[in-house]
Design a protein around this ligand. Structure first.
Ligand SMILES: Cc1cc2nc3c(=O)[nH]c(=O)nc-3n(C[C@H](O)[C@H](O)[C@H](O)COP(=O)(O)O)c2cc1C
Length: 205
């Protein structure tokens, strides 16, 4: 066999390996659309499935890719992952308690005040601290979508006892407590709540 034929054969093998590998990752990762359409607020979790700290770290690294006002990155996260802390947080989300029974991780999100929407200590416009809440919502949105891409499910909860959570996690006063997010595995298939007609929310000019 000539040197040229050998080189061609080697090239063909390498190309094939490359294709197989990329197909493999394609078949295991959900598409962007699949992540979007399969994400739902889950209110029934499979208590037999656990999530590791390593997985939560990967999830939270994804939230760090979210945009924020002047890259202020005001969002902070307090992760309840030990059974004791999870049980404690579960008691601080009011009527949500039963909905998140079985979720192995509960994440409290906060944002640092005086960062997003501020320049040299001065409020930049009328929205004020609202920009911190905006940035926190963006980070949390990255979180719930990344969670779905990793095969997890979530429930964002605005019904929660902020003061008690502050005490439980020793959250400083310069942080505003926002949502608690349950993280786990769905125990059943949810239905998709109806969305408003597009023309109710959009005006073109
Ligand atoms: C800021 C915020 C607060 C929410 N608070 C709660 C809550 O306390 N309890 C709950 O069951 N769902 C809560 N939800 C979930 C919404 O009810 C849900 O997103 C909405 O019904 C649309 O359903 P979907 O997420 O499955 O698309 C909240 C969602 C957001 C974004």
């Amino acid at each position: 066999m000539s040197k040229r034929v050998l080189l061609c054969a080697a090239f063909a093998v390498l190309t094939l390996v490359g294709c197989t590998q990329s197909n493999k990752s394609d078949s295991t990762s959900p598409s962007f659309d699949e992540v979007f359409t399969s994400r739902r607020s889950i209110r029934n979790y499979d208590a037999s499935k656990k999530i590791s700290e390593t997985e939560v770290r990967e999830l939270l690294e994804a939230t760090q890719e979210a945009p924020s006002w002047a890259n202020q990155q005001p969002s902070k996260y307090y992760v309840a992952i030990s059974p004791e802390k999870v049980a404690a947080v579960q008691n601080l989300v009011g009527a949500n308690k039963d909905r998140i029974a079985g979720a192995p991780v509960l994440i409290v999100s906060t944002f640092e005040q005086g960062k997003s929407g501020f320049f040299q200590g001065q409020q930049t416009n009328e929205v004020g601290e609202g920009w911190g809440a905006y940035d926190n919502g963006l980070s949390n949105c990255y979180m719930i979508l990344k969670a779905r891409a990793m095969g997890f499910d979530t429930l964002i909860m605005g019904m929660r006892d902020a003061d008690a959570l502050r005490e439980l996690f020793n959250i400083p006063q310069n942080e505003t407590v926002m949502a608690v997010i349950a993280l786990g595995y769905r125990a059943g298939e949810p239905t998709r709540p109806v969305r408003r007609p597009l023309d109710d929310i959009v005006k073109f000019f």
